[in-house]
Design a protein around this ligand. Structure first.
Ligand code: 3PG
Ligand code: CO
Length: 553
C-alpha cells in the first residue's frame, strides 16, 4: 500500500503556479558554428544562464544517469522524460534486454514460449529498427535473438528492417544491412531459411508515434504483412543503395524483397510468429495496435493473419500492449505526477503531437491516460503531418507557448508542464540552418511562458531532456569535426552525450532558494524532488535528492 501523502516542505510555500518547461534536444556544448543554440538568437535562455551558479546549472542527461547501459549511450526522450517524471533512475529497456539475453532468461519467459509454438509450422518475423543507435533497438540484440531463436527451433525467419540515419549517421544503413545479410547467410548455412523480407526508412515506414500519421504504419503493414510495396528488389543491400539515391536513410520508401517470380519472400501468414524487436515504446505502439487489436480501424489492414505476436517489451503498461512480450519493462511506479495529483496539485501538460506522449506517457512511467482526470488536463496541439520539420522549423512552439500561457493565466493549474520540440525534431533532420531557426522559436516560446509566470507571481523551471541541437557534427576525440571519404562534413542527426541546463526563477520563488553545490553529479532524475519542493512538498525518501536548498539571508 503506497502512502501518497507528501510531507510539507519545512520552509517553501504551496500554491505557487509552477511552469515546468522541457526543451527537447537542448544540451550545453562549446560555442562554435555547429552549435545551433549558440548560433541562434536565444536571449531568454542566455539571460537564464546569467543566473549561474545559484539559479542555473548543468545536469546529466545520458548514460547511467538515465538508466542506460553505458556512459557512451547518448540520452533520449524516453529515458529522459522517465527520469524527469519518476525522480529515480530505473534500468531501462536497453539494459533489461541486454541482461535477459546474456542470462538466457529471455528464452524461458512466457513471451518466447508463446511465439515458439509457431516455429514448427510457421515463420518467425522480426520487425524493428536496424542500427546500433541504442535508442529504440540495437543490432547486437537482434543478432543474439536470431541466434537464440534459431537454436530453439525457428526454421524459417524473415526480418523486416527499418533503416535509421536518425540515431546514427545518415548513410550507415548500408553497412547495417550488409552485416545482417551476412548473419542471415550463416544461418542459412546451418539450415535455417532466414532472409530479409521487407524494409523502409523509419520516419516514412512503420515508426510513427502518438498517432501523428497512420499512413506511416500502413505503408509498413502493406510491405510486412501483405508483401506489397512500390519498390521490389532481389536483395536488401541493393534496395537500400538504390533508394538512397533519392532519400536519406530515415525516409527511404517501403520495399519488399521478391524471388525470381517477383513474389514477395516474406509476407506474414496465418500461423506465423511476429516479434517487434524495438525495446522503446513510442514508435512501436501503433504497429502493436494494428497487430493486436481485433477491432482496429485506423486503416484498412486488408489482410489480418492469425499470428502469435510478442513485443520485445510490453510497450504500454496501462493498455497492457502488447499482451505478450519477451522482456518485462522497467517498473516505473510512484511517479511525481501521481504523487502530486494525490496531494492536490492540479496539472496541465501540453506539447504538439510528435512530443505529446513525452510529457504525459513517458513522464508518467509509460502509462497512457490520466491518474485523475479531475486534477489533470493534457492538451495536444496537432503537429504538421507529411513534412520533415526542417521545412517548418518553428513547428508549433508558439502555439504551445500560448496554450501554456493561457493555462497559467487561468489560474486553474498549479503545474503547467510543456515539451518544446524544436531543437530535437529539427536537429534530427541534420539541417543546420533550419535548426538555428528552430532554437530561436523555442527560446521565444520559453519567453512567452516565463512572462505569464511573471504575471501570476509564479515559479519557472526550465530544463531539457537530452542534447541534440547544440552539436550538429560528428567529431573526433579531441572535438574536431570529421569529414567522410569524399571530404563532406559528417552531419550529426542524432542526440549527444552533453549535459543539459536547468534554470529556476520567477517572482514566486522564495527568497534564499538556490542550487546546492553538493550534488555535482545531479541528473534529470534529481528534477522531480526539486519540483516537489517548489510545490511546497518534500519528495519521498527514495527519490534522487533535490537540487535546491533554502538559505537564510
Ligand atoms: C526519435 O524517435 O525521433 C529518435 O530516435 C529519438 O528522439 P527522441 O528521443 O528525442 O524522441
Ligand atoms: Co530526439
Amino acid at each position: 500500500q503506497v502512502s501518497w501523502k507528501l510531507a510539507d516542505h519545512p520552509t517553501l510555500p504551496k500554491g505557487k503556479t509552477l511552469a515546468l518547461i522541457v526543451l527537447d534536444g537542448w544540451g550545453e556544448y562549446k560555442p562554435d558554428e555547429y552549435n545551433c543554440i549558440h548560433v541562434a538568437q536565444t536571449p531568454t535562455m542566455d539571460s537564464l544562464k546569467q543566473g549561474a551558479p545559484e539559479k542555473w546549472r548543468l545536469i546529466r542527461a545520458h548514460g547511467k544517469a538515465v538508466g542506460l547501459p553505458t556512459e557512451d549511450d547518448m540520452g533520449n526522450s524516453e529515458v529522459g522524460h522517465n527520469a524527469l517524471g519518476a525522480g529515480r533512475i530505473f534500468a531501462q529497456g536497453a539494459k533489461l534486454v541486454d541482461i535477459a539475453l546474456a542470462s538466457g532468461k529471455i528464452y524461458e519467459g512466457e513471451g518466447f514460449k508463446y511465439i515458439s509454438e509457431c516455429f514448427e509450422k510457421g515463420t518467425l518475423h522480426l520487425i524493428g529498427l536496424l542500427s546500433d543507435g541504442g535508442v529504440h533497438s540495437r543490432l547486437d540484440q537482434l543478432q543474439l535473438l536470431l541466434k537464440g531463436a534459431s537454436e530453439r527451433g525457428a526454421k524459417r525467419i524473415r526480418v523486416h528492417i527499418l533503416t535509421d540515419g536518425r540515431d546514427v549517421l545518415d548513410g550507415s544503413s548500408v553497412a547495417f544491412v550488409e552485416t545482417l545479410e551476412s548473419d542471415l547467410a550463416k544461418l542459412r548455412e546451418n539450415g535455417v531459411d532466414a532472409r530479409i523480407a521487407s524494409g523502409g526508412g523509419r520516419m516514412y515506414v512503420t515508426m510513427d508515434r502518438y498517432e501523428n500519421d497512420w499512413d506511416v504504419v500502413k505503408r509498413g503493414w502493406d510491405a510486412q504483412v501483405r508483401g506489397e510495396a512500390p519498390h521490389k528488389f532481389a536483395n536488401a543491400v541493393e534496395a537500400v543503395k538504390k533508394l538512397r539515391e533519392n532519400a536519406n536513410d530515415q525516409y527511404l520508401p517501403p520495399f519488399v524483397i521478391v524471388d525470381e517470380n517477383e513474389k514477395a519472400v516474406g509476407p506474414i501468414e496465418d500461423g506465423d510468429a511476429v516479434v517487434t524487436f524495438n525495446f522503446r515504446a513510442d514508435r512501436m505502439v501503433m504497429l502493436a495496435k494494428a497487430l493486436e487489436h481485433q477491432d482496429f480501424d485506423k486503416f484498412d489492414r486488408v489482410k489480418v493473419p492469425k499470428i502469435r505476436y510478442a513485443g520485445m517489451l510490453q510497450y504500454d503498461g496501462e493498455l497492457k500492449l502488447p499482451g505478450h512480450y519477451l522482456v518485462s519493462p522497467p517498473e516505473i511506479d510512484r511517479t511525481s505526477g501521481e504523487y502530486l495529483v494525490h496531494n492536490g496539485v492540479r496539472t496541465f501538460a501540453c506539447s504538439e503531437t510528435v512530443k505529446f506522449g513525452h510529457v504525459t506517457f513517458f513522464w508518467n512511467g509509460n502509462r497512457s491516460g490520466y491518474f485523475n482526470p479531475e486534477m489533470e488536463e493534457y492538451a495536444e496541439i496537432p503537429s504538421d503531418v507529411g513534412i520533415t520539420f526542417n521545412v517548418q522549423p518553428k513547428m508549433k512552439a508558439l502555439e504551445i507557448g500560448e496554450k501554456a500561457r493561457d493555462a497559467i493565466l487561468s489560474r486553474k493549474f498549479d503545474q503547467v508542464r510543456v515539451n518544446i520540440p524544436n531543437g530535437d525534431m529539427v536537429g534530427h533532420t541534420g539541417d543546420i540552418q533550419a535548426t538555428v531557426v528552430a532554437c530561436k522559436a523555442a527560446d521565444e516560446a520559453v519567453k512567452m511562458i516565463i512572462d505569464a509566470i511573471e504575471q501570476v507571481g509564479g515559479i519557472y523551471v526550465v530544463t531539457a531532456d537530452h542534447g541534440n541541437a547544440e552539436d550538429m557534427v560528428k567529431r573526433n576525440k579531441s572535438g574536431q569535426p570529421l569529414y567522410d571519404k569524399s571530404g563532406k562534413l559528417q552531419i550529426l542527426t542524432s542526440h549527444t552525450c552533453q549535459p543539459v541546463p536547468i534554470a529556476i526563477g520567477g517572482p514566486g520563488l522564495a527568497a534564499g532558494v538556490r542550487f546546492r553545490n553538493d550534488v555535482p553529479d545531479g541528473g534529470l532524475a534529481n528534477v522531480a524532488a526539486t519540483v516537489m519542493n517548489l510545490h511546497g512538498y518534500v519528495a519521498p525518501n527514495d527519490y534522487e535528492p533535490t537540487l535546491i536548498e533554502v538559505v537564510n539571508n
